[in-house]
Design a protein around this ligand. Structure first.
Ligand SMILES: [Mg+2]
Length: 127
């Protein structure tokens, strides 16, 4: 992750896509723009899930059993779903780099917190 973040920092610089840090207003505009782009990519992840479910239902309608239809759907969307996840990651890394957040370190810290936390959801069965 550290290597990816370093790569992302250089890529953003090379492409002239850096978050503007000239002053508060330009940083604010730039951060909001990046945040907006991140949320559009999250929406694109949802579109791929929608495509997966539609493929599955369509194949089931055509007589394929559920498990096989779902497996085929997963295979069909896998590459594009991965691309949308990477788009999300790219915007997250860009923002993390702006704030000088080490995502690898922050991830392990946060997950350690989550592991200690009691699950407050009722009726959720974790596998
Ligand atoms: Mg995308």
């Amino acid at each position: 992750m550290k290597e990816m973040q370093k790569y992302a920092k250089q890529l953003v610089k090379d492409m002239n896509w850096e978050i503007d840090d000239a002053n508060f207003e330009s940083s604010r505009t730039s951060l909001l723009n990046n945040y907006m782009l991140l949320t559009t990519e999250v929406g694109e992840v949802a579109e791929e899930l929608r495509r997966l479910f539609n493929i599955t239902y369509q194949e089931m309608k055509n007589g394929t059993n559920e498990q096989e239809a779902f497996r085929h759907g997963v295979e069909t969307v896998q590459k594009d779903l991965g691309k949308e996840m990477v788009d999300c990651l790219a915007y997250l890394m860009k923002m993390a780099n702006f704030f000088e957040i080490d995502l690898e370190e922050a991830y392990y810290e946060k997950m350690a917190e989550v592991k200690k936390r009691e699950n407050k959801d009722v009726g959720v069965i974790k596998k």
